[in-house]
Each structure stands twice: as C-alpha cells, then as structure tokens.
Design a protein around this ligand. Sequence first.
Ligand SMILES: C[S@@+](CC[C@H](N)C(=O)[O-])C[C@H]1O[C@@H](n2cnc3c(N)ncnc32)[C@H](O)[C@@H]1O
Length: 351
Amino acid sequence: MTGTMQFSAGAHDKDVDKRAGACSSAPAVRPLAHRPVLADEAPREVLSRPDGIYVDATFGRGGHSRRLLKLLGAGARLFAFDRDEEAVAAARAIDDARFSIIHAPFSEMAARLAERGVARVDGILMDIGVSSPQIDDPQRGFSFRFDGPLDMRMDTSTGMTAAEWIARADAAEIERVLRDYGEERCAGRIARAICAARADKPFARTGELADFIARTIGRSHKDAGQHPATRSFQAIRIHINGELDELARALDEAGMLLAPGGRLAVISFHSLEDRMVKRFFDAGAHPERAVDARIALRQSDLPEPLWRDVRRVKPSRAECEENPRARSAVMRSACRTERSWDGAASAGGAR
Ligand SMILES: C[S@@+](CC[C@H](N)C(=O)[O-])C[C@H]1O[C@@H](n2cnc3c(N)ncnc32)[C@H](O)[C@@H]1O
C-alpha cells in the first residue's frame, strides 16, 4: 500500500482546472497522498453480517477494501473488481485468504461471481470514477495537466483509445458526447473544429487536444477558473470507458445479487452519475409512483419496494477541509428488501 489515494472524475477535473493551462512535457509525477473518500463511513455502510460475502466493485488502490477486511470476521469473503490491470497488480499485495481480486468491469459482477460459485452477496461498495494513480500517470492520457498519449482507457488491454475515437467519430457524434457527458456549451463548435483540423494532423497527445480546444473556444467568463478543455476531457473519458452504461448495468446486477438485508453503497463525484443512482434507488424504493394514479388499487395490490432505508451521505466538513476532492462526493446507499429482483425496472431507465 503506497498511501496514495483516489480522487474521482469530477473532483479531479475541478482540481486540474485550478492549475489550468499547465500542460508540461516534463511532468514531476507525485502521486497524491490521500485517504479514500468516506474511508470509514463507506465500508461500514455496506456491512450487514460480519461473516458474509462482500464486493468492492472498484478496488483502485484498496483503501476501502483494506478497511472492510478489518471490519469482517474470519469466515467472510471479499471479492474486489477493477478493470485496470495496474489496480489488479496492486491488489496482489493483499495477503488475506478472505480476499480475491477479479480483473473485469463491474458490469460483469454477477457472471464473474457465478463462475466462483457465488450467487448472493451481503454488501456491495462502488466508488466510481478514476483513481489518482490513473490521473497522475501521463502515459494513461486522462489528464491535460501533463502531456501524454491521448489514451484514457481504464482497461488498457481492450477497446479504443481517445485518439482513435477522435480520429474516426463524425462531428455529430463528437458534439453529442461533449454535450451529453461534459455539458459543454460549445460542443458543436469544438466538434466541427476537431473534424476540420484532424484532416491535416491527427490528435495524438493530451496537450495538443487541450491547447486546440482552448484556442477554439477561449476562456469562458462563466467558468473563469476552469481550463476550457476540462468539460471535453471529462466527456471523452466517460465515453471511452462507457462509464454511464457500466454504472446502469452494475446497479441492476447489484440489485439482483444482494441478499435481503444486504446493502449497496455508491460514491459518485459528478451529477450525471449521482442522478442515475438517486433515480435508481428512488424508483426501487417507491414502485407505487410508477403506477398510473387513475387506476384504483388497494394498498395490498401495490408493488412491493425493492429497497428500503435509502440514505445520502456527504463527506464531513472536516474531511472536505482536509481533502478538497471530497467536496463533490456523494454516497447513496440502500438496503435490499425481500422482493425478488425478477422483472424489476432496469437502471438504464434512470438516465
Ligand atoms: C475512485 S477509484 C476507487 C478507489 C478505491 N475505493 C480505493 O479506496 O482505493 C475507481 C477505480 O474503479 C475502477 N473502475 C472504474 N470503472 C470501473 C468499471 N466499470 N469496472 C471496474 N472497475 C472500474 C477504476 O479503474 C479505478 O481504479
């Protein structure tokens, strides 16, 4: 354990913004020493039975996993997932027979656990976004703080890099991604300019793309402290990693996997993800709201909730002061009821 800790997309983006314009080719990469967000609260939030089966869907560098292991009994199991091979390699340092690491996207949680004979779990923790080791390594191409190859894949063993996508996507697709995932007001202008410029020279480096976006749209008065490429970089990263689809699928899988009384906790760092999680829990906790109010039904005919005890936790003021990145974090959690998951509304509809 290096003591370096995570920060996630939204928090990272804002942090980078404050150092806007600094695109150096000679990075002094110092991983940020840090605690995971809600380090103590999040593992406790998913704990139901000390000797149960648990999932850390986003191992990162294992801050939450290690704390969860301390809370669990000798008969417990903890299955951790990460799609990043470096995170998986870091997990091998955990020498604990109760712990297993799985290199897979969390959307495949149920299938990967089924291969290991696990059909039901007692708690699932998801701390979504990117980790500081990912952001701080220029070779991963997530950040324009330092120049590096335009990659942005969490799993570098598969899929298209950001450079490949930018070389191939048409202007309408680039505009949609920047608008939908980055809430970028100048999405159309940036997309058209990228398509015109790439004919001469493809975009290969984070620095090239960040400088190009800055020249294309200039600095906004509204987002004064923010680098003009911040929203675009967030959007491209979300698209390249299919982050919202991953989340929607994983929420459904978690609902299906959890035993009655088991808890799911999701920490998110920007509003797109938090909105999905909120709608997912709201819809499951209040299925009666989906029933047409004109249909007269007895209380006993109304659908049973899938979730109860829905909670929302923000990091304390002290944590935010110690760690500014915690400011944008929100943890939402809920407890699974007895109702079977079959036929439950999918989280895809929560977007
Ligand atoms: C914010 S960090 C988690 C930090 C972790 N809680 C800790 O204490 O170190 C998010 C991690 O989730 C991983 N991740 C993000 N999306 C994923 C997905 N769809 N499937 C599997 N892992 C994912 C990232 O690779 C990253 O390592």
